[in-house]
Design a protein around this ligand. Structure first.
Ligand SMILES: O=C(O)CCC(=O)C(=O)O
Ligand SMILES: [Fe+2]
Length: 289
């Protein structure tokens, strides 16, 4: 079970050398865990470690690709300083990913960076939005046609509280179990929800199936309890990286995390046969995008 993680001991966001086994492990669905890689806060930035920094109307604070901050409360100076902190994390996360995965560099698309100051579980939410249940990431409104979701996380909790995750079974085993229960893809329905503006573009069969897997996992409480799983506490001062569309994951507890999402076309991986798109195409025998 411990083989769900690969531990990398560097204390530097810029790696001198990347081990090919790390890349192969990441693409195969392992989590790269950096126990000694801390995101250092500047002394005034510790003022951002309070839940009230979050606009109560939103889930997370985010910094978009143009450097615009959304979801934070406070005056201009506060917002600027917070944007600088999140931006510094983004630079370090990108340095890490580029030195770890040099072949990805020219194909990566950087998504917004998020800061999550709320304690996990403080929010009333539907089962579908509840990331305390095991799931693979799939976005309902933004079809991605098989593009990968790579994420860098760091715990910046000042009270020594870990961010506790659960890691579930390998993607292929999960998909074999869940796909027989998935609703079939219906093209005209995808077209209707797109025309209604519910999606930003037309959902492909891949997007439909990924959402089905996400929902089937989260809605099945027996599966949540009984599937083979590992609980992992990520302490403050650590970083972890995974393909969250491939890794079954759930958050159990924690507060104060920074997260960077990156997108990669599935054919730009080192081994494209390991992508969810390739696995689902193989299982269904269909071309899904
Ligand atoms: O909040 C967390 O630690 C992780 C939540 C999650 O499932 C995600 O960001 O994809
Ligand atoms: Fe997730």
């Amino acid at each position: 079970m411990k083989d769900k993680l690969i531990e990398i001991t560097t204390g530097d966001w810029q790696l001198d050398q990347a081990d090919p086994d790390w890349v192969a492990g990441l693409e195969a669905g392992k989590v790269l865990y950096f126990p000694n890689l801390a995101f250092e806060l500047l002394p005034p930035e510790t003022a951002f470690l309070k839940p009230e920094i979050l606009d109560p109307k939103v889930r997370n604070i985010s910094l978009n690709e143009h450097g615009q901050l959304k979801g934070a409360q406070g005056d201009n100076d506060t917002q600027e300083a917070l944007a600088a902190m999140i931006g510094r994390f983004r630079s370090q996360a990108l340095a890490l990913v580029h030195s770890l995965l040099p072949k990805y560099q020219e194909s990566l698309r950087v998504a917004p960076t998020s800061y999550r100051p709320m304690p996990v579980g403080n929010r009333k939410q539907s089962w579908r939005a509840d990331d305390r249940r095991l799931h693979v990431d799939a976005f309902p409104s933004r079809p991605n046609y098989g593009e990968r979701i790579l994420r860098v996380f760091t715990n910046i909790n000042p009270h020594d509280e870990p961010r506790v995750w659960r890691l579930g079974e390998p993607f292929e085993e999960m998909a074999e179990k869940m796909l027989p229960r998935a609703k079939p893809y219906v093209r005209w329905q995808a077209s209707v929800i797109n025309k209604l503006g519910i999606t930003k573009s037309m959902r492909s069969e891949y997007d439909h199936l990924m959402l089905q897997l996400h929902d089937l996992m989260k809605s099945d409480l027996d599966y949540q309890q009984q599937v083979e799983q590992l609980t992992v506490p990520f302490p403050p001062g650590s970083v972890w990286v995974c393909f969250s569309d491939l890794v079954s994951h759930a958050v159990a507890s924690g507060q104060y995390m920074l997260e960077q999402t990156l997108h990669l076309p599935a054919d730009k991986q080192y081994d494209p046969t390991l992508s969810p798109l390739a696995i689902l195409s193989r299982i269904t025998g269909r071309q899904l995008v």
